[in-house]
Design a protein around this ligand. Structure first.
Ligand code: ME8
Length: 645
């Protein structure tokens, strides 16, 4: 009788912060959640038993006030906003395993139980708490940490309030030495290193006992032995990471706890890397392996913030990209998921800007990835009766391409362990770059006539590299990769593919019937007449930000239509002695000949972009209304090169 042995699968538990429901989700929330989703999808692909948790933080004074402002009860309010988060996650293709809400009984029970335990063992006691309180952070700060005029160190300009309350306190100070030793012995428990140093110096400066209840409002989990108080919202919130796993004796808890990664924004690292491990340790529960604090997404250098009016709605942005690219929303969502994790090294702050997104769409997704399909499948269709040709004997660059694929796939899991999405994608693009170069060099469209077998081999190898890239790209581009898979015509369902299928060269079966279709990422031909992008959502920039724009008067010297395009004009413009080429999408509103000799306005310091093989250095400014376009111009014959100030 053969022996069947259960192979224990490795586990991976990743969480996002649970988001406050005082307002609707924005792109900052989407950033963390997309990152966690990509890591979770990658780990599933790599065969890990994965648990990905997100949710909403529904208690606290700010939520109570938001409900009041909107004339509904706190519960009605939280139900409404939690549903908005879920809707957005569905749109962004976030595949979480559980969504925890702190108003659920399964959560409240665990939060109250932890509080009771710490009280029973003497780690929580009744005392008086005084300090500078920021209602937005729901946190006290030391005088030395505050900004000018007692403002919050996180919420610039927001005044803190001197607060003095009878509160329950947690003996945080007692655990200072334990925590320092723990961090020292487990350095990767806080990443990146800059955050670890920040936390260590905060702990070294001396931990004060932590206020863990509030008695000035009621929207919270009641303190089980003193209903005049509710549990401090941060203690309540942090507990979600264990309450979602159920009872400590149950399977999910035993299987997934302690978590591998708590993914958070850098402003809340202290709560996760100081208070949370100490609370758990005090209660005799193992501490999570890592808190990873990523950077802030900014716009014009400022952090997205509803109160500052700097907000981008990821759903509106995705719809806008979809309309501009002529694709459906899930493809635009893929592009957004890709862009956010490619453009900004994960861990650093980074500025969001739409032209870079369009650039990445065109250069990386349309050109390097999508186009590889369009450069190969029609050849297979035309010259090999639509069936993938079998590879002949290996020569030339065949071995190098194969080795690149193996090397790239081999390092990805390590990069995901370090949440280094940027480098993981960089590696995948190394493979796509190698495949494109190989195809250029092999030029099967030329060798077809002289050496059909060689042409077939070149097509096979390129498609095989594309198959491998498609599997490993699926965590970032869940929709597009599925469609590429369908065009490749491979029988096995895409959903069953694993990392090991990408590790094996030769998985594409000769004879597979390909199904060429529409380009998956058609290039966005923005002209760019200024579009409405993001405008309605983003208000107020500082004068310094405005001054970064180099806007000048220019004269059009020459203009011609870009061949094979409907809308594009290539214009040569004089910017006061300097001649630039700018591609702009003005047809049919303007014909090229009408432009010559006109004095127009140009944004001169827009980063150059390649449009249809031509570098475009700047943007003609125009207004758009009801399908019409009007070029901006200048009064009083201002000379070319004159700068707008
Ligand atoms: O802090 N850039 O909830 P929150 C990058 N409820 N990430 C951003 C961001 C930005 N501009 N803005 C928000 C809370 N985020 C607590 C958490 S957890 C036990 C309790 C992301 O709604 C980032 O992950 O203010 C940040 O930490 C989180 O949203 C804050 O969400």
């Amino acid at each position: 009788m053969s022996e069947v042995r259960a192979v224990e699968r490795k586990t991976y538990y990743i969480t996002t912060p649970i988001y406050y429901v005082n307002d609707v989700p924005h792109i900052g929330h989407a950033y963390t959640t997309i990152a966690a989703d990509v890591a979770a999808r990658f780990k599933r692909l790599a065969g890990y038993d994965t648990f990905f948790l997100t949710g909403t933080d529904e208690h606290g004074i700010n939520v109570e006030r938001a409900a009041q402002r909107n004339g509904v009860t706190p519960q009605e309010w939280t139900d409404r906003i939690a549903a908005e988060f879920k809707t957005l996650w569905r749109l962004l293709n976030i595949r979480y395993d559980d969504f925890i809400r702190t108003t659920e009984p399964r959560h409240e029970r665990v939060a109250a139980g932890l509080f009771q335990k710490l009280y029973d063992q003497g780690d929580i006691f009744l005392g008086k708490y005084e300090g500078w309180y920021c209602p937005s952070c729901e946190s006290f700060y030391l005088e030395s940490e505050l900004g000018p005029d007692h403002t919050c160190p996180v919420h610039t300009g927001r005044k803190t309030e001197w607060t003095s309350e009878e509160n329950y306190l947690f003996r945080l100070s007692k655990y200072q030495d334990w925590l320092l030793r723990y961090i020292d012995e487990h350095p990767s428990c806080i990443e990146p290193e800059t955050r670890r140093n920040e936390v260590t110096s905060f702990v070294r400066s001396g931990l004060r006992d932590l206020s863990v209840s509030r008695s000035t409002f009621t929207w919270g989990v009641p303190v089980p032995f003193d209903p005049r108080h509710v549990i401090y919202v941060w203690i309540d919130a942090l507990t979600n990471y264990i309450s979602a796993l159920g009872s400590p004796d149950g399977v999910p808890f035993r299987r997934f706890w302690p978590a591998n990664v708590h993914l958070v924004g850098r402003e809340i690292v202290r709560f996760h890397a100081v208070y949370w491990p100490v609370l758990l340790h005090a209660a005799g529960i193992p501490v999570p392996a890592q808190t990873f604090a990523h950077g802030w997404l900014t716009f014009g250098g400022q952090r997205f913030s509803k109160s500052l009016g700097i907000v981008i709605d990821p759903a509106a942005l995705s719809r806008e990209i979809a309309a501009e690219a002529g694709v459906d929303v899930p493809i635009a969502v893929d592009a957004l998921r890709y862009f956010l994790l490619r453009e900004i090294p994960f861990g650093s702050d980074g500025d969001f800007n739409k032209p870079s997104l369009v650039h990445r769409f065109n250069a990386d997704l349309a050109n390097d990835y999508g186009n590889l399909l369009n450069r190969t499948l029609p050849q297979v269709e035309r010259h090999f009766e639509g069936r993938v040709p079998g590879p002949g004997s290996a020569r030339g660059g065949d071995a190098a391409l194969r080795e690149t694929a193996a090397a790239v796939v081999g390092v990805l899991d390590g990069f995901i362990d370090r949440l280094d999405f940027t480098r993981a994608l960089g590696e995948i693009w190394r493979l796509l770059g190698a495949a494109n170069k190989y195809l250029d060099e092999e030029a099967p469209w030329r060798t077809l006539r002289t050496d059909r077998e060689r042409a077939g081999t070149a097509l096979y190898n390129t498609l095989e590299a594309l198959r491998i890239a498609t599997i490993v790209l699926s965590p970032w581009l869940p929709t597009a990769t599925q469609r590429v898979w369908e065009q490749l015509g491979i029988d096995e369902p895409f959903a069953t593919q694993r990392l090991e299928d990408a590790q094996r060269w030769g998985g594409l079966r000769p004879g597979t019937r390909v199904r060429p279709g529409q380009p998956i990422f058609p290039r966005i031909e923005t002209s760019v007449a200024a579009t409405s992008t993001g405008r309605q959502d983003v208000s107020q920039i500082s004068i310094d930000e405005f001054r970064k724009l180099d806007i000048r008067v220019a004269e059009v010297l020459e203009a011609r239509r870009v061949p094979n395009t409907d809308k594009l004009i290539e214009a040569k413009v004089d910017l006061g002695g300097e001649v630039r080429t700018i591609i702009t999408g003005l047809i049919p509103q303007y014909q090229p000949e009408e432009l010559v000799g006109r004095r127009i306005i140009v944004l001169a310091n827009l980063e150059p972009r390649r449009v249809r093989g031509v570098d475009s250095h700047g943007m003609l400014l125009a207004v758009e209304w009801e399908g019409q376009i009007g070029l901006l111009t200048v009064d009083k014959n201002a000379p070319t090169g004159a700068k707008i100030t």
